[in-house]
Design a protein around this ligand. Structure first.
Ligand code: ARG
Length: 271
C-alpha cells in the first residue's frame, strides 16, 4: 500500500510538472503576440566596404557585414523584428523600395533632388569623407588634375551620385557606368578604365586592399551624409523608430563601434 501511495504521488508530481510546462508554453505564446512588426526587409548593395560587404564565417557561409548592416540590425532589434537582407544592384534599390519589395534602404545613400521626390529620408547617421578618385599607383604622377583625365575613361557605379560627378564635372572624360563596384575595381586592375570615383571611405578601403591602387591627388566635392530611405509618405510607419535608433546610436557612440568592427572585417570582404 505504501508503495502504491508512493507511485500515486510520483504520478501526481509528473502531471503537476507537465501542467507547469504547458502553462509556461502558454505564456510564451502570449509574449509572441505582443510583438509589433514581425520582419523588416533591408535593401542594400553589398559591394561597398566598410559600409556593406560580404564575408565568410568560420563555416565558409556568406555573411553580411559593415556599418550599414550593423545599423539595420540595431533598427530591427529595437523594433523587436526579424531582419531580412535583400542584396541587389545599387541602381535597383530605389525602385524596389517604391514597389514595397523592401521596407528600408541602407546602402551609403546620399540625398539628392531626384531621390527626395520619390522616397523619404531619415536623419543622417554618418558623414563620409569627400568622394575620391582611385587610380593605378603607377599613374599617381600622371593623373594630378581633372584636366589630366580628359579623354580618359572614369568608372563609377550606375545610379550613384559618383556617376553624376563624372557626367557633370568631367565632361571631357568618358563615363564607364557599371552596376557592381567589385567589377569596377576589377576593371581598374586590368586597365579597362583609367580612374574610378567612389565615396571617400570606400576608395580608401579599396586602395588599402590593392597594393597597385592609390588615391589620386585631385580634390573632389564635399563630404556627404548618409541616410536611411523609406517609402514616400512612410506608409509602414517605421521612420520614427528608425530615427530613434539613429539618435540613440549616435549618443551611445555605437556608430563609432560599428566603424571599428567594419574596419577590422573589411579586409576579408569577398565581395
Ligand atoms: N553615396 C553614393 C550615392 O548615394 C553611392 C552609394 C553606393 N552604395 C553602395 N552600396 N554601392 O549614390
Amino acid at each position: 500500500m505504501k508503495k502504491m501511495i508512493g507511485k500515486l504521488m510520483a504520478v501526481t508530481l509528473v502531471v503537476a510538472m507537465m501542467c507547469g510546462l504547458v502553462a509556461c508554453g502558454g505564456n510564451e505564446d502570449a509574449k509572441k503576440e505582443e510583438k509589433k512588426a514581425e520582419k523588416i526587409v533591408l535593401g542594400t548593395s553589398a559591394d561597398y566596404p566598410p559600409f556593406e560587404f560580404i564575408v565568410l564565417d568560420e563555416n565558409k557561409k556568406q555573411q553580411y557585414a559593415g556599418i550599414d548592416i550593423s545599423l539595420a540590425k540595431q533598427i530591427a532589434e529595437d523594433m523587436d523584428a526579424e531582419l531580412e537582407i535583400s542584396n541587389m544592384n545599387f541602381d535597383s534599390l530605389i525602385a524596389a523600395l517604391q514597389k514595397g519589395e523592401v521596407d528600408m534602404v541602407i546602402s551609403g545613400v546620399e540625398k539628392d533632388g531626384k531621390r527626395e521626390k520619390v522616397v523619404d529620408f531619415s536623419e543622417a547617421y554618418y558623414t563620409d569623407l569627400p568622394p575620391m578618385i582611385l587610380i593605378k599607383a603607377d599613374k599617381k604622377d600622371t593623373y594630378t588634375s581633372a584636366k589630366s583625365l580628359e579623354g580618359k575613361t572614369i568608372a563609377a557605379q550606375s545610379g550613384t551620385t559618383k556617376a553624376d560627378i563624372v557626367n557633370e564635372e568631367f565632361k571631357k572624360s568618358k563615363l564607364l557606368a557599371l552596376t557592381s563596384v567589385t567589377d569596377i575595381v576589377n576593371n581598374l586592375a586590368y586597365d579597362k578604365c583609367d580612374a574610378v570615383i567612389l565615396d571617400g571611405a570606400v576608395a580608401q578601403q579599396y586602395a588599402q586592399e590593392n597594393e597597385d591602387m592609390v588615391i589620386a591627388d585631385i580634390a573632389l566635392g564635399e563630404e556627404a551624409p548618409y541616410y536611411v530611405a523609406v517609402q514616400k509618405g512612410d506608409p509602414k510607419g517605421i521612420l520614427e523608430d528608425i530615427n530613434k535608433t539613429i539618435q540613440n546610436a549616435k549618443e551611445k557612440k555605437l556608430v563609432d563601434q560599428w566603424i571599428d568592427e567594419a574596419d577590422a572585417k573589411a579586409d576579408e570582404a569577398v565581395e
